[in-house]
Design a protein around this ligand. Structure first.
Ligand code: SAM
Length: 213
């Protein structure tokens, strides 16, 4: 398998956290990187890769311009968590350099793993990300009213407890909440409760919430 992606940026989905969830195709291409970019956590998964490593955090807007410049002379590989086509940095890169200049290697999304963990199908679900957002709650309410299952990406402000409080304040009571935390990692925890109990729930790691009618 020799793959040559001249002038293209490879965006590799790295799954929910456990290295075993990264596909062989992503691993093969990550090994060919001249420049490897990603969060501190993702870069730590590849201590033996002989590439220049660049941490992406608050510098993500500047890095998109650099990625666009570097791609003509070096193999740039960007690591993203979960699946690149599900609420990720890939969108910004594709917008900047065009989809014909990107090779996107899918990954297992935290959302997929959350549905697997609770044994439910996600073919009729709807999704929303509250990760890093100050808005979205009105949309969330609409989705919860209209769909049987809603998968939500959270963060440390938009926590499962905050989400539960919001739903109750809008008169939504008759739902189950699943809180799927640190999926695939040793500290993984999956809990099910009603919304009233969820108001007091504490989480430590990244979590996906699923609301079920
Ligand atoms: C920027 S979004 C990236 C989503 C990613 N593209 C995906 O497909 O999973 C980050 C959010 O994904 C969720 N997440 C990522 N890894 C997770 C994990 N191991 N366990 C639970 N949730 C996770 C959390 O809601 C976190 O705030």
């Amino acid at each position: 398998m020799v793959e040559s992606y001249k002038n293209k940026v490879i965006i590799a989905g790295c799954g929910p956290g456990l290295k075993a969830y990264i596909s062989p195709k992503a691993l093969y291409n990550i090994k060919k990187a001249d420049i490897l970019l990603g969060s501190r956590r993702l870069l730590k998964l590849f201590p033996n890769i002989n590439a220049k490593k660049i941490i992406i955090e608050k510098n993500y807007k500047i890095m998109v311009d650099r990625i666009a410049r570097w791609r003509s002379s070096m193999q740039v590989v960007v690591l993203v968590s979960g699946d690149p086509c599900f609420f990720s940095y890939a969108k910004m890169i594709v917008k900047k350099i065009g989809r014909e200049s990107c090779i996107i290697i899918p990954g297992i999304s935290s959302m997929q793993l959350a549905f697997a963990a609770i044994g439910e199908c996600w073919d009729n679900a709807s999704f929303i990300s509250l990760h890093g957002r100050n808005t979205g709650y009105e949309r969330l309410i609409r989705k919860v009213r209209d769909t049987c299952m809603v998968g939500i990406l959270t963060d440390n402000k938009n926590t499962p407890a905050v989400i539960a409080r919001w739903l109750l304040e809008r008169g939504i009571h008759d739902r189950r909440m699943f809180v799927c935390e640190s999926l695939s990692l040793p500290e993984e925890r999956v809990r099910e409760m009603d919304l009233t109990s969820a108001v007091n729930i504490k989480t430590n790691g990244a979590s996906v919430v699923i609301i079920k009618k």
